[in-house]
Every structure is written in structure tokens, then in C-alpha cells.
Design a protein around this ligand. Structure first.
Ligand code: IMP
Ligand code: MG
Length: 178
């Protein structure tokens, strides 16, 4: 399936599922190298990161835990600049090595907001792992510890990412055509 339509927009296939899996396997090994003597707590940022988190978790060869937080900042194809916490933390993170799992860092507003909130909970450490990064639209100075792929500043869907709620179920990543 090379082209798809979601609501009023057309998309074309951009990153195949197999490539996404390779990137995630490599990232899982790198993280494990760094956390061999720890039992990290992965923190998946819902909704977008659920597929990435599931695949990274499956590939992670060491002891680890996972928890979820739900944030929202996007409306349509644009960030609103305002981050809302829809479901908060349910795990004690004090003293834990936390690794935030994000689907994509665009302006960086969501991730820097979350990293700030987390530091108030006194974790032992916080690192960020993102499957995708749009370097051209990054507006925050933030250290991204693990980046799967850098992509141009195009709106994308699939593999957990949505356009107004739709398109998350596609296994490949598609970019908007206009
Ligand atoms: P940021 O706060 O601008 O960095 O945006 C991050 C959040 O916006 C991500 O967690 C995604 O959920 C969403 N997002 C950013 N870019 C895209 C995109 O191209 N497609 C779908 N969602 C996106
Ligand atoms: Mg997200």
C-alpha cells in the first residue's frame, strides 16, 4: 500500500515497518549496554508512543519495567504549544532510572515539559529515547539520549502516530503529500 487517504489528506509510504524494527533493535541494545547494572523504568508517552514502546520493550534483553503517561499537545497537523496531562504517573519513580519513550520529538515542547515535571519526583536519572526527531523544528534545548531516526519537517502518520486520531494502526510510516 503506497498511498493512503486519512480524512482530507493524502499520505505516501515513507519508512517501512522493517526499517523501523531494525532501528528499534539497535536502540534496545544500546540502552541495555548503558543500563546493564540497573533495572530501568520505561515511561511510555501515550498515545503516540505505544507501538514503539511495545517493540522496544520486546527487544530489551535485560530486567526492566514499564509505565505510561498520557500527554496531548497536537491538534490536526500542528502543535498547540500547550501540553496537557491526561493521565498522570502511577508508579513511584523516586530513586529510579527512568527512560522516557516518545514517538517523535518535533518542537520539543512536550518532552521538555515532561522531563521538568519528572525531576520534581526525584528519579535517580532521566533519559529520553525517541523513535523520530524533526531537527529542523526543534525549539527547545534538550538532551535527547537515544534517537532512532532524524526526519525532515513533514507531517507523518502510522506506527502509532495519528492525524486527528486516525492512522495510528498502519504498520509503516507515511508522510503527507502536498
Ligand atoms: P512536540 O511537543 O512539538 O515536540 O510534539 C511532540 C508530539 O506531537 C509527539 O509526541 C506526537 O504525538 C506529536 N507529533 C509531532 N509531530 C507529529 C507528526 O508528524 N505526526 C503526528 N504526530 C506528531
Ligand atoms: Mg507523542
Amino acid at each position: 500500500m503506497g498511498k493512503i487517504r486519512i480524512l482530507d489528506k493524502e499520505f505516501e509510504k515513507n519508512i517501512p515497518f522493517e526499517r523501523i524494527q531494525e532501528v528499534i533493535e539497535t536502540m534496545a541494545s544500546k540502552i541495555h549496554e548503558d543500563y546493564k547494572n540497573s533495572r530501568p523504568l520505561f515511561l511510555c508517552v501515550l498515545n503516540g508512543a505505544f507501538m514503539f514502546a511495545a517493540d522496544l520493550f520486546k527487544h530489551y534483553p535485560g530486567h526492566c519495567e514499564i509505565s505510561f503517561i498520557k500527554l496531548s499537545s497536537y491538534a490536526g497537523t500542528q502543535t498547540t504549544g500547550e501540553v496537557k496531562t491526561l493521565i498522570g504517573l502511577d508508579k513511584e519513580i523516586e530513586g529510579r532510572d527512568v527512560i522516557i519513550l516518545e514517538d517523535i520529538v518535533d518542537t520539543g515542547i512536550t518532552i521538555s515539559h515532561l522531563a521538568n515535571d519528572l525531576s520534581a519526583c526525584k528519579p535517580e536519572s532521566v533519559r529520553i529515547a525517541t523513535l523520530l526527531l524533526k531537527p529542523e523544528s526543534l525549539r527547545k534545548e534538550i538532551r535527547l539520549d537515544y534517537v532512532g531516526m532524524e526526519i525532515p519537517n513533514d507531517f507523518i502518520v502510522g506506527y502509532g502516530l495519528d492525524y486527528n486520531g486516525f492512522g495510528r494502526n498502519f504498520r509503516d510510516i507515511y508522510k503527507i503529500t502536498e
